[in-house]
Design a protein around this ligand. Sequence first.
Ligand code: SF4
Length: 699
Amino acid sequence: LQENSVIELGTPERAVVTTCAYCGVGCSFKAELNGDELVRMVPYKNGKANRGHSCVKGRFAYGYANHKDRILNPMIRDQITDPWREVSWTEAMEFTATRLRALQAKYGQKSIGVITSSRCTNEETYLVQKLARAVFGNNNTDTCARVCHSPTGYGLGQTFGTSAGTQDFDSVEHTDVVIVIGANPTDGHPVFASRLKKRMRKGAKLIVIDPRRIDLVKSAHIKAAHHLPLRPGTNVAVVTALSHVIVTEGLMDEAFIRDRCDWDEFQDYAAFVSDLRHSPEATALLTGVDANELRAAARLFATGGNGAIYYGLGVTEHSQGSTTVMAIANLAMLTGNIGRNGVGVNPLRGQNNVQGSCDMGSFPHELPGYRHVKFPEVRKIYEDAWGITIDPEPGLRIPNMLDAAVDGTFKGLYCQGEDILQSDPDTKHVAAGLAAMECVIVHDLFLNETANYAHVFLPGSSFLEKDGTFTNAERRINRVRKVMAPKNGYGDWEVTQLLANAMNGNWTYTHPSQIMDEIAATTPSFAGVNYDMLDAKGSVQWPCNDDNPDGTPLMHVDGFVRGKGRFIVTEYIATDEKTGPRFPLLLTTGRILSQYNVGAQTRRTDNVIWHDQDLLEIHPHDAEVRGVKDGDYIKLASRSGETTLRATITDRVSPGVVYTTFHHPDTQANVITTDFTDWATNCPEYKVTAVQVSPSNGP
Ligand code: SF4
């Protein structure tokens, strides 16, 4: 079978190879059809990210594409209190363009902006940032990666020189000792978790750093060598303590550091981590992690052979998210674990195209390929290609857009594939920002929570209805192939083009392959990428260009992208979110296997039966002192707000820590979360909220 082919079969009649719509593993599937009916998704044996495997989400949770809730016609309304009115695409675009231009005339060119999603293809996100820069005339473009992996972009950019994981998934077959920190791969990245467990069964050792006793700590046939159940918010202290042990016991890889890293910066770093305030004993007081376990884990990682680090949103979604990413990079360089199979620093991306949406220039300070807008030579590439002038000033991030809206200076937003009212922190503030805008355009499959504040609704298309590419957590560019015609008549890239042209953009794309050709022509790391090549090879990992025509499975092999690797001092600073008598517990949040993110897709599939409500995990001791029994309703309150959900009593969480998911809008988990953010990127601190739990009679 050819990866690119439409395959003629007996029953089912044909199959199209495409890529999963969910997590950052990026599994390949054969979508099998009888006529126009999709009958099943079969994991594709030649898919290089999954090699014939899949999880319950990708295999069974595609039914949302045909769900009755889908909106198939554009709708407009003058005020958000008015009823929706179905209109033609032409009328919707004229209404939208007229409003946006009027806002710019009245409030200024920078009064409107865009938000795109990591659930959209590379081609779609590229066009959305181009809409802001080339048509709106500003850099007010951001992506939902702002609220998940933006600290990865900053931290790995500072230390290694590029904002991406260093390895391919195959690399795990060569690892001897693994740190999993702030991630729960069994639920979040199941196919990768299976490969990791397989490697553990062959003898690889595992260190889990997580407040919860996740499945990897101990489950059938596997047991982690060490579990460091830290207090939420203390990642930096724990990782720096690991480095303290390695440096003070002389376990670092000095040859690697001298050869590959900035030696002067290393000496400053070594002096910093050697201080006794970073000792396991001092760190135990801050973090709650046993000092002997900390010391043993550090020794194992430094001396156990090939060492790899995998991390997730439990690292990034903190006020020190970027600092933790840099602390992890320091640890990898300190032990010489960069640049070969079995080692590396690997962010596990939550959504299928987090890597791609960042690559495509969706951030307000960067053009595609992570190049800052302040550089004239970079702007010139796009000014020549697009025939416009690009503003050298970075635009607004999502939280800045909302702040500016409340202040009255930001008035219009095009939001593609993202439900910021449910997914972003401090729901009341998000609602206030949206309510203050005069033109909110929601482009989505469903009338989501954000659409309550929208003046225009543009129907979106599912992954089954589009051509394009997703880039997974290992930088692998996978083809997304159209399995069925768009139910609304247009692919998402075409809708963005309609809007651009309604505002005199004069765009003339007729197929997403032309958008990829433009990306390749203007972005060095994509220079060798085109659809014919992807169809022939199946997929490729960037950088893919004249220097790396077959792509790049492992990065930083002979040298770091930035030249010398950079050690950065990572001082632990406690979050401003404090527990106290009124709010004595710490809430952290996460995902479970059957559900995906805010649940907009998986809630509309049969998967919902496995998780029909969000539950609060609470330790038996904390439950008992509050008179809470398993299954009881409880009130969960923080300084920001309160909500009601049911409790599940478990020792997966430590005393003093509670945990919930955020898949169901009626839970309103983000009413609880704070407005504290990462110091470098404004990524929200979802993972630490001081709360109180008390019995309740129900919602
Ligand atoms: Fe693969 Fe992730 Fe999709 Fe599961 S959700 S099938 S692991 S890409």
